[in-house]
Structure formats: C-alpha cells, structure tokens
Design a protein around this ligand. Structure first.
Ligand SMILES: Cc1cc2nc3c(=O)[nH]c(=O)nc-3n(C[C@H](O)[C@H](O)[C@H](O)COP(=O)(O)OP(=O)(O)OC[C@H]3O[C@@H](n4cnc5c(N)ncnc54)[C@H](O)[C@@H]3O)c2cc1C
Length: 484
C-alpha cells in the first residue's frame, strides 16, 4: 500500500517539474544530510532530493546521540522536518546503503550523490582485555539509553558493581557520566528509552571515574557541559589537587584558548568547594588525569567480566612547535577496580563498497566535500560523488558545525554544475528508479509520513508518563507503526 501511494506521488511530482530535474540523493538523515538538502533546495530550483536512511526514523544523532536531558538541542528537528516536507524533497527510511542498495546503483540513478551517513563504529584502544564483558563503547551506551533499535538489548550490567570507569573526558564522556549519576526522577521526565530508565533506576553504580591521558588544562570538554555535571545535586566531586598544578607550557595553552581557560577554572573551583570526603552512600564523580589504560583486568573465574583497569601514569611533553602537549608514559603503573568500563575515545565511520576510504582516519578523502578517487598517483575526483558531516570531517563538532560543512559541499556541487562537470541535461531515473528498485527487492521504505505516525504515537505514549515522548525501540514495532 505504501509503495502504491508513493508511486502515485512520484508521478505527480514528476509532471509538475521541468523535463529533466536534477536528481540528488543524500544518504543519511542526520544534521549533515538535512542541512545539505536544505541548501541544495535553496540553491537549485530544479533539484529533486531524496534522503535515504537505514533507520525508519530520521535525524541521526539528534535522536540517538544528543542526551535525553538536553531537549532544547533537539528543537532543530522542526527545521529538518520543514525540509523533509518540501514538495521537492522525499525521505526514504529503512533503506540502507550497502544492503538495500549499492553505491554504484545510486550513482547510476542520480546526478549527484551526497554521502552523509555519519560515524557508526568506534575507535579501538588496542590494549589487552578490550573484549572483556562489561566493556562497552560510549556509542553503544548512548544508543542504548536513546532507544536506537540496534541496541535495545545491549547486555549492560549495572547491578553487579558500584564503580564505572569512563575513558575519555570529552562532552560525550560527560553525557554518559551525567546519565549514570543524575537523580533518576530527573531522567524520568526526559525522552530516555524506557528500558534504560528502568535499568538506571535499579543501578548500583555510585562511583564514576572520568579518566584522561592528559591534564585538566587539556580536558576536551566544553564549559557548559562541565558546569552541568558539576551542578548535579548531592554529587561528591574529587580531583587530585596536585593535578591542577600548571607548567609554563600549560600557562601558554591557557593563554591561547578561552574554552580551556574556562574548563580549567571550573575544575579548580570544584576542588575548593568540596568537603574532603564523601558522605557514606553519596554518589561520587572522580576526575582522573595523567593516566592511560595499559590493560584491562579480570578475575580468574569464568565470567570473563572486567574487574579493573591497569593504568600507566603519564607526563606531558611538548609536541614539536605546535604549542600542544602530548601524554607520554612514565613506566609507573597502578590499578583501579571497577565492574563497568565505557570507552569514550571517539567514533569512526565505516566504508561501503566502491567508496574511496581512508581506513586510518576513518573518513572519506575529500577536498571541500568532493570525493577524491583512490587511483594511485592520481589526484582526481569521483564524478557526482560528495560527502558531508562526520563522514567528511571525522567525528567532531556540534550540530551547527554540520551547517557550515554542508554549505561547503553544496558550494562545490554548484561550482561543478556551473563548470559542466556534472550532466544534469542527461535524464536519470532518480526517485522513480529508486522506488522501482526497492520494490523489486521487497524493501519496504518508510516515507516521512510513516515517521510522522511514529512521532505521533511516541508523543501520545510519552504524555501518559509526563515524558515528551516514549521512544519505540524495536525495529518490528517502528515498521508496524510507520506502515499502519
Ligand atoms: C553522544 C553524542 C552527543 C551529542 N550531543 C550534542 C549536543 O548536545 N549538541 C550538539 O550540537 N551536538 C551534539 N553532538 C554532535 C552531533 O550529534 C553531530 O555533530 C551530528 O549529529 C553529526 O551529523 P552527521 O549528519 O554527520 O551524522 P549523524 O547524525 O550520525 O547522521 C548519520 C545518519 O546516517 C544514517 N546511516 C548510517 N549508515 C547508513 C547507511 N549505510 N545507509 C543509510 N543511512 C545510514 C544514520 O542512521 C543516521 O541517521 C553529539 C554527538 C554525540 C555522539
């Protein structure tokens, strides 16, 4: 039925446009995908844009990354929804590049393909014991509490230990620590997935260690996020005073960065405003600096669960003339006991067949969004193929960063069109071809109207519990509701 309705829709939209629309496919419906679509619609009146996403739900990490207690950050989905509802734009959820359709097929069907499918894997530490039970990436934990349908069954044990170690001190690490430590009645009125809320309510985790290889001057978080975690009610904060001592190189770094200065000031203030010991049973947050994981520890029993982390102490060494300092090992080691480890050391993109890919950096080689061919010795571009967002720049930056990133990619597309490097006058099947191909493979895509049904149901279910929404977390249920 959905396919039939969509077919009718194609023919309508086709006949109302010029004889050869410029067919564009954007892969990924996160911020980079939507900003690209928005800018392309504005810049090119003949553009007809299809956004495909492997999930039945749009908005990428705005739905599955941004923390549940940051509702104001998610308001941007209203802007993205207006883009999706533009008559020259269509959303195809439940369509996965690499599984439902190949890159070669998309490039055959569209004049321009923009890949904006983010970073759905993790950097690894490469230290012994990384595969032990009880060690997860922050991405997995975040997807779990945000109701990503791939991670609703994450085997997460929050009951057998009081202590969690988070490796990394960036904003994602702070999000994860805050979700573990925040009073659960405060989380209960957010859009956190229900299974996560229930587990967190029963959680025994009381002590969280946030561990970084470098010092408080180099902590990779921003002041807003730090202030928020330091402000959690009735939370004991611990930082070794000695770690706050600054070297001349630290002073120089602080002089050059306002963000680092504010973070350092907040950490210093946190030390002086705390009692020397936590009260019995009080929740605790420990900032641990100058430590890098050397190996993960486990007991000799058969459970295979992590029991701690062995760290090497580090010191900072200046990094050439860059003004930055890197951590180097001192050969001194110490162990920290814990029953849960969350690695927040960075996301990583994954390649698809036929896509030039830099495996070391985990991103697509490109110049201003134009994908570079991987023909050895040549410096040529892949015709009609572009990237945006985390797949283009690597996994850094906030939502708004993707706006500038998309603008740059769209400017490259516009230049290439002007210079006749693309062939818009040559008709391509675009949306119609995509619909037929998916149909022939029995891929039942979810149109934006299907997402709107999910949205309505989630909001209605949420209102019963005084939540903004109750996320539907299983693939089966999402597809059922979308296709009703
Ligand atoms: C935990 C976390 C919290 C964050 N919190 C904030 C915050 O509070 N404020 C802020 O401004 N920024 C925040 N960010 C950063 C922000 O989310 C990113 O900058 C932004 O989402 C990156 O956009 P993107 O479009 O490149 O990737 P994504 O948002 O990841 O979107 C990629 C999309 O591609 C889809 N996809 C993946 N593979 C395929 C495939 N094979 N075929 C089809 N589709 C595919 C995915 O389903 C997804 O919808 C946070 C990031 C993380 C990880």
């Amino acid at each position: 039925m959905a396919v039939f309705q969509a077919r009718k829709w194609y023919s309508r939209s086709f006949s109302s446009l010029s004889s050869h629309p410029l067919h564009i496919c954007v892969v990924g419906s996160g911020p980079a995908g939507f900003y690209t679509a928005e800018k392309m619609l504005k810049a090119h009146q003949a553009a007809e844009i299809d956004i495909i996403d492997r999930l039945p739900t749009p908005f990428g990490l705005v739905r599955s990354g941004v923390a549940p207690d940051h509702p104001e950050t998610k308001i941007v989905v209203n802007q993205f929804s207006r883009v999706a509802l533009n008559e020259r734009c269509s959303f195809f959820g439940n369509v996965s590049l690499g599984t439902s359709i190949s890159l070669a097929e998309l490039r055959d069907m569209y004049h321009v393909v923009v890949l904006a499918y983010g970073a759905e894997s993790d950097r690894i530490l490469g230290v012994p014991g990384e595969d032990l039970k009880g060690i997860h990436s922050a991405r997995e934990f975040v997807w779990w509490y945000n109701g990503h349908p791939d991670y609703k069954n994450l085997a997460l044990d929050l009951k057998s230990t009081e202590t969690a170690v988070i490796l990394g001190q960036g904003n994602v690490a702070l999000d994860v620590a805050r979700v573990l430590l925040r009073p659960k009645r405060e989380l209960a009125i957010t859009d956190i997935a229900n299974h996560a809320l229930v587990s967190l309510e029963e959680s025994c985790i009381r002590k969280v260690y946030l561990v970084g290889r470098r010092g408080p001057v180099q902590a990779a978080c921003t002041a807003k996020e730090l202030r928020e975690i330091l402000g959690i009610k009735d939370l004991y904060i611990h930082i070794q005073e000695a770690d706050l001592l600054k070297s001349p190189a630290d002073e120089e770094e602080l002089k050059n960065s306002r963000i680092q200065r504010r973070v350092y000031e907040l950490l210093s203030k946190a030390v002086t405003s705390q009692p020397s010991q936590p009260r019995s049973g009080q929740r605790e947050l420990h900032f641990v600096f100058f430590r890098r994981p050397d190996k993960f520890l486990h007991s000799d029993n058969i459970s295979g669960n992590v029991t701690g982390v062995c760290y090497e102490k580090t010191i900072l060494k200046e990094n050439g003339g860059s003004g930055k300092q890197s951590a180097v090992g001192t050969g001194q080691f110490e162990d920290l006991e814990c029953g849960l480890v969350l690695k927040s050391i960075g996301y990583k993109s994954v390649p698809v067949n036929g896509l030039p890919f830099d495996n070391h950096k985990g991103m697509v080689p490109n110049i201003r969004g134009r994908v570079l061919s991987d023909v050895p010795g040549e410096h040529t571009f892949e015709k009609g193929l572009y990237v945006a967002g985390w797949l283009k720049r690597g996994p850094t930056g906030i939502i708004a960063t993707n706006l500038y990133c998309a603008e740059e990619t769209v400017a490259s597309i516009s230049e290439d069109l002007e210079q006749g490097l693309l062939t818009p006058s040559f008709p391509k099947p675009g949306r119609e071809g995509l619909g037929q191909l998916l149909d022939s493979r029995n891929v039942r895509f979810v149109p934006f109207s299907g997402w709107e049904k999910i949205d309505v149901k989630e909001k209605a279910d949420g209102s019963l519990r005084n939540k903004p929404r109750e996320k539907i977390v299983s693939w089966q249920e999402l597809l059922k509701v979308a296709n009703e």
